[in-house]
Design a protein around this ligand. Structure first.
Ligand SMILES: Nc1ncnc2c1ncn2[C@@H]1O[C@H](COP(=O)(O)OP(=O)(O)OP(=O)(O)O)[C@@H](O)[C@H]1O
Length: 257
């Protein structure tokens, strides 16, 4: 359960990234966050795992305040939250397996992870994660030898190895072609359904948001202007979220699942 209580984020230059957002997100939800560029989607995601400090308000993760936490408590809350980025954020020169094992670092001492000594159990977890996203045969390839879609699946495997309870995905398919986009979204949806991992995805494409999410949150100028089930997210509501008619480049055109 994620409780976002009246949060505001003001950047040092005075820009308001978020302005008085209150949301309650239940375990296992699959949420698409939509809105124009600059609406605050990235800021919201980065506030949830405290990559950004918020200016006002509070965020609770399963009842613990990530806003007030520090030290060991903050690390322990963060361990439950996996992050997926548009640019994959892999160590390009390391093997796929090493990248997935990086999901385990929160469970061990710094020294152990610097030395690269992961217990056998972690290797099992890493291989199972790779298997789930269908790239186990790439375990010993260098990350930068993989296609964009495969790299994003390594990033998903890393989050699985982390045994995260929440996945925050910031435009995870923005660098991918339509077919690969579908594979990555299918992986995210499968994990959400089978493991019950709460998933929040920032998405640019309206049809993707409708196909995969169960709830859509629309942001505009740092405020929530829509929050409802997919069935209520009509073209008219999207036009209201954007403050203008929907344009062609907001449709990906993927075949229905
Ligand atoms: N580091 C920063 N310093 C100052 N302003 C920022 C910073 N990061 C974001 N902003 C501003 O905060 C607002 C929200 O930005 P944010 O990146 O969260 O939007 P977004 O909806 O994710 O857009 P995009 O899809 O383009 O990434 C925008 O006005 C943006 O210019």
């Amino acid at each position: 359960m994620i409780q976002i209580r009246n949060i505001t984020k003001t950047y040092p230059n005075g820009t308001k990234g978020l302005n008085g957002i209150t949301l309650s997100i239940a375990r296992g939800e699959f949420i698409a966050v939509v809105g124009l560029s600059g609406a605050g989607k990235s800021t919201l995601l980065r506030s949830i795992n405290r990559l950004h400090d918020i200016t006002e308000g509070e965020i609770l993760i399963d009842g613990s305040s990530i806003t007030r936490a520090s030290g060991r408590e903050l690390r322990s809350i963060r361990r439950d939250i996996g992050m997926i980025f548009q640019s994959f954020n892999l160590v390009k020169r390391a093997t796929v397996l090493r990248n997935v094992l990086a999901g385990r670092v929160g469970y061990h001492s710094t020294l152990r992870t610097i030395l690269g000594r992961f217990p056998e159990r972690d290797l099992d977890i890493a291989f199972r994660a790779l298997d789930r996203v269908n790239i186990v045969e790439k375990a010993y390839a260098r990350a930068d030898e993989l296609s964009g879609g495969q790299q994003q699946r390594v990033a998903i495997a890393r989050v699985l190895a982390q045994e995260a309870k929440i996945i925050l995905a910031d435009e995870p398919v923005a660098s991918l072609d339509p077919l690969t986009t579908k594979q990555v979204m299918d992986d995210l949806k499968g994990i959400n359904q089978e493991l019950g991992i709460t998933t929040i995805v920032n998405l640019h494409f309206i049809d993707l948001a409708r196909q995969y999410a169960t709830r859509i949150i629309g942001l505009r100028a740092g405020e929530v202007v829509f929050d409802g089930p997919v069935s209520e997210a009509t073209d008219e509501r999207f036009a209201e979220i954007y403050g203008r008619p929907i344009s062609q480049d907001e449709w990906l055109g993927v075949p229905a699942i």
